[in-house]
Design a protein around this ligand. Structure first.
Ligand SMILES: N[C@@H](CCC(=O)N[C@@H](CS)C(=O)NCC(=O)O)C(=O)O
Length: 242
């Protein structure tokens, strides 16, 4: 059994997609990020970066010992679940394909994800007066990353080639919401086709609908919520669970 710590955001969807694709038995724990669930002592023990998604696998299987396995960071979770199930990753003996999987998981984690996240921040949550430069900078970086993906999809149906993999699950959610981020996919036809192919998968539909009503659609912002925004190291002082 797997405990899944989740909020309905693009980063949460990545793992929700994989759990649904693999039909893995799990319990979803909805996190109220605007109220500080990410800073409770019990959650920080699982995810020291105070971010969801995270999982705890209570039946990790051969080679892991008896203790439950906690995993934080979406790419690490997807990789862990792919290795556990043997699904949505290349055969481990194909070293070149595995190297490419690593590259695209790291690319998303270090580039597309944070740039899109900052674009969303400056578009939806930053104080009005402080928006302009950040919006310009991260809209440009988001666009640049769409260009990287467009080039990669030249001659490929999916990021690693013919087969849909965890690299696609990792990158899809931030492309899925291009329109609300103020971006158009018109200049990126391969990305648009790839997005359309992935969007129709039943597991993906289920994942992006999970706790949809609990999305932060601009109601918790930097000017009205000092738990989710304006964080510093002091934010990491564990709070009691309520
Ligand atoms: N690189 C991380 C990013 C995770 C992340 O930024 N999660 C956000 C929600 S989308 C979060 O938990 N935010 C809580 C907070 O900012 O306090 C991953 O891919 O897992």
């Amino acid at each position: 059994m797997i405990d899944f710590y989740y909020a309905p955001t693009p980063n949460g969807w990545k793992v929700a997609i994989m759990l649904a694709e693999c039909d893995l038995e799990h319990t979803t724990h909805l996190m109220r990020l605007s109220q500080g669930d990410q800073f409770t002592e019990s959650f920080l023990a699982i995810s020291p970066n105070a971010r969801m998604p995270a999982i705890v696998d209570h039946a990790p299987g051969a080679g892991w010992g008896d203790a439950p396995v906690p995993v934080f960071e979406s790419a690490a979770i997807l990789f862990y679940l792919a290795a556990k199930t043997g699904r949505f990753m290349p055969p481990p003996q194909d070293k070149r394909a595995m190297k490419e999987l690593d590259e695209w998981l790291f690319w998303q984690t270090g580039n597309q994800g944070p740039m899109a996240g900052q674009l969303s921040h400056f578009r939806n949550y930053a104080p009005e007066a402080d928006r302009a430069y950040g919006l310009r900078r991260y809209a440009g970086e988001y666009d640049r990353n769409l260009g990287v993906l467009e080039n990669r999809l030249d001659g490929r149906s999916y990021i690693l080639g013919d087969d849909y993999s965890i690299a696609d699950m990792q990158a899809f959610p931030w492309v899925f919401i291009a329109k609300p981020l103020g971006a158009s996919l018109d200049a990126f036809p391969r990305v648009a086709d790839w997005r359309a192919r992935i969007k129709t998968r039943p597991a993906v539909r289920r994942a992006i609908d999970l706790f949809k009503g609990d999305q932060n659609r601009g109601q918790h912002r930097a000017d009205n919520n000092d738990v989710l925004f304006n964080q510093t190291a002091a934010s990491l002082r564990p709070r009691a669970q309520d």
